[in-house]
Design a protein. Structure first.
Length: 477
């Protein structure tokens, strides 16, 4: 019957679905059971777990909406002007950022995640795809579940020739993040969510087809990233895809910069630590915002990538390494000391500049991601001269910043360390670092997308105000 529906019927059906999404009907209960698809056993299992948890969460959402006028926070003028900082105004189920404990994935700290999640044979770093499962289901996967998910991602990793043709038409000097965004948009033509929406799928099916796209997207991200790296910085020859390796291990191998198991472990750790960071950061919020218009995961994540490319977000990683290399150059053949770092930082601050990699918009304690990378470095590259510099900064900079009385959080964040690890393992092209970040963050952003559709969250539309409106508010005091 569907193929013979009159165009007017299709139009009315689509308008009804749009209205339903915009109004966020509270009585509808999405995701009670997975729809029939041609997916594998592990995807069916994944869908079943998401469906079961979504049933509970949707019931909770509907119950909360009965008390929808309950106040949870007062909105201040400072919040309106200063980037909605600390304004509690959106729902994210996959992770939460606490000022003192750092990020947690489904209630588990990163230290717990790194300890409890399955690992590669003989490895110590948690597998990123295990974190992806946790973000999607709220459960720590078994070894067998992770192996099956890894195998599933391998089957979805192929890149259509038209995408590679598009990539090769882009000048090599184009920033790698621009190349990545272009490739994700080029992949969009194969979006299953977009195709099913066009066919008239029901609202309670949105999450499932969002998941199908999300699995495809996560599977393809490392392959696209490797192609971008090899064409931009090397000879254009991409090492063969190795489906015997895990998702992150294969990515490390395809970069072709270091064949060691240590580099694979470093990559696993990095990709696990950066997988998600609640919903308010620029890339996650952008992905959520665009997705709330029912743009498919490819459109949404491509938009998120453009936010991630900003100097104040994902680009901070490469800026931190650049700063470290400048300090190292200033050092020359001297041995780095705490006194040297204190003097250098004080001169930097007096010049009106900031010290990159220290402080965080939310955190008020050392970043757990930094501490886990530090543990790795102490074990695997403690004799690296650049690590000696990172270590000296770790000891010298926080008290120096604290002494100014102007810094709420003087502690290092993850960006202060990540570049050193990549540089040590011969991934030295700073412009590529944000792409590595993007490979990791794709998991969290699309997991959030799946859950936004599973919860039936509506299109996002906050109210903006004029400065004069805020002024008028102050006059009422």
């Amino acid at each position: 019957f569907g193929a013979s529906r009159p165009p007017v019927w299709r139009t009315m059906n689509r308008l009804a679905r749009i209205a339903n999404h915009v109004n966020a009907c509270r009585v509808e209960t999405p995701c009670l059971s997975p729809c029939a698809t041609a997916s594998s056993a592990i995807v069916d299992k994944l869908k079943g777990k998401i469906a079961a948890l979504a049933k509970v969460k949707v019931a909770l959402k509907n119950e909360l909406l009965k008390a929808g006028d309950t106040k949870i926070q007062e909105v201040t003028i400072e919040m309106c002007i200063n980037g909605a900082r600390n304004m509690q105004t959106m729902v994210t189920e996959t992770s939460d950022l606490d000022a003192n404990k750092g990020i947690s994935y489904r209630g588990k700290s990163l230290f717990e995640c790194n300890k409890e999640l399955p690992k590669a044979p003989g490895g110590e770093a948690a597998l990123p795809e295990a974190a992806f499962w946790l973000l999607l289901t709220g459960e720590v996967p078994t070894e067998e579940e992770v192996k099956a998910l890894t195998a599933e991602l391998h089957t979805r990793s192929g890149i259509p020739q038209n995408v590679l043709t598009t990539l090769n038409a882009v000048p090599k000097e184009t920033h790698p993040m621009t190349q990545l965004s272009i490739c994700i948009l080029a992949l969009q033509k194969d979006s299953k969510f977009a195709a099913k929406y066009s066919d008239g799928m029901q609202k309670n099916e949105y999450w499932e087809w969002a998941l199908e796209d999300s699995l495809d997207l996560v599977a393809k991200m490392p392959v696209v990233a490797a192609h971008i790296y090899r064409r931009t910085f090397k000879d254009g020859v991409v090492p063969a895809y190795n489906s015997k390796l895990d998702w992150a291990g294969n990515f490390a191998a395809m970069l072709g910069v270091n064949d060691s198991e240590e580099f694979k472990e470093c990559t696993r750790l990095y990709l696990m630590l950066h997988a998600d960071h609640e919903g308010g950061n620029v890339s996650a919020h952008t992905t959520h915002l665009v997705g709330s218009a029912l743009s498919d995961p490819y459109y949404s994540w491509a938009a998120g990538l453009c936010g991630l490319a900003g100097p104040l977000h994902g680009l901070a990683n490469q800026e931190c390494l650049g700063w470290l290399l400048e300090v190292q150059k200033e050092l020359g053949n001297q041995k780095v000391t705490k006194e040297f770092i204190v003097d250098y930082v004080e001169k930097t601050l007096k010049a009106g500049k900031v010290v990159p990699g220290f402080g965080h918009a939310v955190l008020r304690q050392p970043d757990p991601r930094y501490m886990l990378e530090r543990e790795f470095a102490l074990k695997h590259c403690k004799d690296d001269p650049l690590f000696h510099l990172v270590d000296a900064c770790y000891h010298a900079i926080p008290p120096t910043l604290e002494k100014t009385g102007k810094v709420k959080n003087p502690f290092p964040n993850v960006d202060a360390h990540s570049g050193q690890l990549m540089y040590f393992y011969n991934l030295k092209e700073e412009n590529f670092y944000t792409v590595v970040f993007a490979v990791s963050r794709s998991m969290g952003c699309v997991a959030q997308y799946v859950w936004s559709r599973a919860l039936g969250l509506p299109i996002e539309r906050p109210k903006s105000v004029l400065l004069d409106t805020l002024k008028a508010a102050t006059m009422k005091k």
